[in-house]
Design a protein around this ligand. Structure first.
Ligand code: GRG
Ligand code: ZN
Length: 328
């Protein structure tokens, strides 16, 4: 690190760990109830951030697994975001990620979940989020990542896989990026979900790697932070969406790591803990995960490695034999 970065605060791990621990404790807060639709996602974000900071045990394993199982929607055969919520692919992926991290997949009726996921596959090749039918490349990533974590990716072998890859290929834009559906503008988070899906399916040949690499590194602004598309503000969460994609393409050196590190560290709340979207804003667990995730991908000292494809601890993905060779 140069002398300029030595003026920056370090990552305050103990403070961020206590911030994440405190989130489940304030059940009387209005904010707690307003975010019920995101609850299981938030548990995944918090748990993954804790793992990367080396404090997996800060949230009780048994309570966490019980909470996940309380989100099971027995009618649909998958997980909702909160007890009594309808099943959705977003919450189903989060549930599976949490159970995989805690080595508790034996609690799940895997054939039923696989059936739910496959029922969302559309003739066009994209996946819907739930039985209401909204489609988005995000949901394709969730479906493919969940099948892979469940050891059931072979369910897509042959024509269903070609259809999935074909849809994503049709979302590729002139700038090398990808959008939420065919014809939608490139957005860094949608780039992650499309590149991540292609990585899991071993079809990165569908990515124009040089053009996309340029588009991704052009996301860095003078502050050091990254934005999600041209003319937009920098935001800590793009430290993950952009860097994970660059990592999958083996192009992390294409951005200025020192300036991005400084930007992420400057968005910490050094009183209450947590990381915000940008300096001075309110913190939340989503940006706390993606700030820590970005730092991990940059090799920040003292952090565990993150797998850029699954956004889970690298050692968990390695143990399942799912780590791609180019990430090693
Ligand atoms: C396992 C990490 C992981 C994810 C699962 C749900 C999902 C798959 C991915 C979400 C992808 C996505 C579209 C995220 C949205 C990110 C975001 C910051 C959107 C904000 O977009 P705008 O247009 O903000 O409101 P900008 O920054 O463009 O002004
Ligand atoms: Zn953000």
């Amino acid at each position: 690190m140069s002398s300029s970065s030595s003026k920056q605060p370090q990552l305050n791990i103990p403070l961020h760990v206590s911030y994440i621990k405190s989130l489940g404790e304030n059940k009387d807060d209005l904010a707690y109830h307003l975010t019920a639709h995101l609850r299981i996602n938030a548990v995944y974000w918090g748990l993954t951030a804790l793992c990367i900071m080396g404090h997996k045990d800060a949230l009780d394993r048994g309570e966490t697994i019980d909470f996940v199982m309380s989100c099971w929607d027995d009618e649909a055969g998958a997980f909702g975001a909160h007890p009594d919520h309808d099943a959705h692919i977003l919450s189903t992926l989060s549930a599976i990620q949490i159970l995989v991290i805690h080595d508790a997949l034996d609690r799940v009726d895997i054939p039923r979940v696989v059936k739910f996921i496959l029922s969302l596959h559309q003739p066009s090749g994209v996946f819907a989020g739930d039985s209401f039918g909204e489609i988005d490349t995000r949901f394709t990533f969730c479906a493919v990542s969940a099948l892979s974590l469940l050891g059931r990716l072979h369910e897509l072998d042959g024509e269903p896989k070609q259809r999935t890859v074909g849809y994503i290929a049709r979302c590729r834009n002139f700038d090398g990026g990808f959008g939420s559906c065919i014809g939608a503008e490139s957005h860094a988070a949608q780039v992650f979900v499309c590149v991540g899906t292609l990585a899991i399916l071993d079809r990165l040949d569908e990515v124009d790697q040089e053009t996309l690499g340029w588009w991704l590194c052009e996301r860095q602004l003078p502050s050091g932070g990254l934005n999600g598309r041209p003319e937009k503000l920098e935001d800590v969460c793009y430290s993950f969406w952009v860097l994970s994609s660059l990592s999958i393409l083996n192009k992390i050196p294409w951005i200025d790591a020192e300036k991005l590190t400084e930007f992420i560290l400057s968005a910490q709340d050094l009183e209450g803990g947590g990381i915000a979207d940008r300096p001075g804003d309110m913190v939340d667990v989503f940006h706390t995960l993606f700030g820590v995730a970005g730092l991990s991908l940059l090799g920040y000292p003292g952090l565990e490695d993150l797998d850029p494809v699954y956004c889970m601890p690298a050692e968990v993905i390695e143990a399942k034999g799912l780590r791609k060779s180019w990430t090693a």
